[in-house]
Design a binder for this molecule. Structure first.
Ligand code: UDP
Length: 316
């Protein structure tokens, strides 16, 4: 059987991982999806299970990793990614970012495969440079509650560059900023899923702090396009991927109200420790080197996401 490239997606049953599996299958790749399902969900890849080019393996990528046959691409997307999840699973988060990245890079070296690391805007911590270019080294509290994710991803970037420099592994690093869309877990704990689930269930929206902190929200279809372009590019330096339109959390409440066409109650909860005050990607590099920028605005993305949460069960 003469198929296209053979790709492995770790965390392939997760939010971004499963959308990437879809995209790779569409591009004619044979896809091996690995996930230990601690935050992934088989429902996200159920539609691919009968596809001849798709295989699912339930496995923990922090264990010795071996796959039969050739591999062209490894997309390392395994990790809890919501602050609620990574603080609930701190050791697993540290292990998958460190040991898991080491195993994925070892496999890439053995197979001569290109590896794309899913890194994060969290490498910038609570940033003192705004917006954040890739050249900014960040402002991270290593011993704070978010340190388990931030430092794991920073280590993962360092390990990726070490394999590139010392073993010649062909690597790509995506610094992914806040992304939302269908297949976010309803109880994932992130702001978009919380607000939509709360609004649909008629519960007050939980704003943390005064709601003046900002994020820049990227719709998942834009992110997948950016990730695919980066995978196919020759760009070894980290690349920020995100929608640069910065919104406060209060703006997000207003956007959800406008779309649902009604006022929503809000309760104010304490701001979590080390919660970044601002976040906005400088996407000059992605624009220049990948010819990419986000196209879907927050409101359009929310409209596409609401039916998914409605289907998942309001009040669940
Ligand atoms: N947030 C909020 N209410 C919620 C969940 C989150 O106000 O129910 C805030 C959170 O404090 C942060 C922002 O929304 O300032 C984005 O949080 P999220 O967990 O989505 O991701 P982060 O960007 O912090 O990783």
């Amino acid at each position: 059987m003469n198929r296209g490239p053979r790709s492995l997606v770790t965390g392939g049953a997760g939010f971004l991982g499963s959308h990437l599996c879809d995209r790779l299958i569409q591009e004619g790749h044979e896809v091996i999806c690995i996930d230990n399902l601690i935050t992934g969900d088989m429902d996200h890849v159920a539609h691919l299970l009968g596809h001849e080019g798709f295989r699912f393996i339930k496995y923990d990528v922090t264990e010795y990793l071996y796959v039969e046959g050739p591999l062209n691409y490894i997309l390392h997307f395994a990790s809890p990614a919501s602050p609620v999840d990574y603080q609930r699973l701190p050791i697993q988060t540290l292990k998958v970012g460190s040991l898991g990245t080491h195993k994925a890079l070892g496999l890439a070296k053995a197979k001569g495969a290109r590896l794309l690391l899913a890194s994060t805007s969290e490498v910038y911590g609570d940033p003192q440079v705004h917006p954040q270019p890739e050249s900014y080294w960040g402002h991270v509290n290593p011993v704070g509650p978010r340190g388990v994710y931030d430092e794991a991803k920073r280590f993962a970037e360092a390990m990726t560059m070490a394999y590139h420099r010392y073993h010649g592994v062909d690597t790509r690093i995506a610094r992914i900023f806040n992304t939302f869309g269908p297949r976010m877990r309803p109880h994932d704990g992130r702001v978009v899923s919380n607000f939509l689930m709360q609004a649909l269930a008629g519960r007050p929206l939980t704003v943390y702090g005064d709601g003046r902190q900002t994020r820049s929200f990227c719709f998942v279809s834009d992110m997948v396009e950016g990730l695919f372009r980066l995978l196919m590019s020759s760009e070894v330096e980290p690349v920020n991927l995100g929608n640069p339109v910065e919104r406060s959390i209060r703006d997000l409440v207003a956007a959800v109200e406008a779309i649902l066409g009604r006022r929503l109650d809000v309760t104010y909860n304490p701001l979590p420790q080390d919660d970044p005050r601002v976040r906005q990607p400088d996407i000059t590099r992605a624009r220049e080197r990948l010819g990419w920028e986000a196209k879907v605005d927050l409101e359009a993305g929310l409209r596409e996401t609401i039916p998914y949460f409605q289907e998942k069960g309001v009040g669940a």
